[in-house]
Design a protein around this ligand. Sequence first.
Ligand SMILES: [Zn+2]
Length: 330
Amino acid sequence: MLPDITLSPLPGGDVVRRFIVENRPVRGHFVRMDAAWRALREHRDYPAPVRELLGQAVSASVLLAATLKFRGTLTLQLQGSGAARLLVSQCTHDFSVRALVRVDEDRLAEPPAGAGTTPILTPAMFRRLVGEDGRLIVTVEAAEREVRYQGIVPLAGSSFDECLEGYFASSEQLPTRVRLAADETHAAGLLIQQLPGSRSSLEDAEAQSAWRDAQHGIRSVGLGELLGSPLERMLLRNFGQRDLRLFAGSPVRFECRCDPDRVASLLRALGADEVREELAEQGTVTVTCDFCNRTYRFDAVDVEELFAPGSTPGTSGTSGPAPGAPHSVH
Ligand SMILES: [Zn+2]
């Protein structure tokens, strides 16, 4: 159990929290997950560097969700020609997360040595995973599932930190610095941003000074500290030259939102011929959710109901990332 619990009244190991530099236009967000991080990949055994990339992506999606005002789901996707050909991480406005990576194990080869908090996701490994021409895609869907916003940036740089900074620079035009980390037991992220709004040159000079201090602070945060140190202690050690205000956090949890209606929509989208063929071959049609491993079975009666004239097509079938729909039909 993390020592945070004795220091922070709210909540324990799975939490996202906001802080500000008092009287200066600098803010920060921090996320750390333990039980949620383990639950999220309970059904999958990823190679260590892939797991680390996934943990960074999940932390990034929580930080993005924390900085944006929306109600619905934020989807972060990495698409590229590397060994991790598709990575999807979703976070809702109330911080329920789910995520997966599709890995080409052959192309990953032997992971480099490293364990615990050792950064095994080296720049070279990062490139091997995301490829040379990858893209970072952030989509925000409002609760009624209309796509409200999408931002795409090239996966530039030698780390996920740099990619995410590039995303903020191009999509929000807010100077942003990020540290992301993950190991077997924890995933964590820290983000600082300089906000606009100086009204005078004196204010501007003070704002710049506070921003320089904050950047120095985030650079000095160690990965082990990010993953395991109580937040207050980490902030004090690295940002202690400024007065900070730390706000109460929100819990982060793993939760999959797959349901029978959504799966039915998926099967309708596949088409009657293909589904009936599967039924003839297997006796039942089984769909497994790749996020949570829950299985949905459809027998002959269910399948006929799916395609009966007048059956209501599901309205929720468009949710989730379109490319590489995260279900396996078999
Ligand atoms: Zn699911």
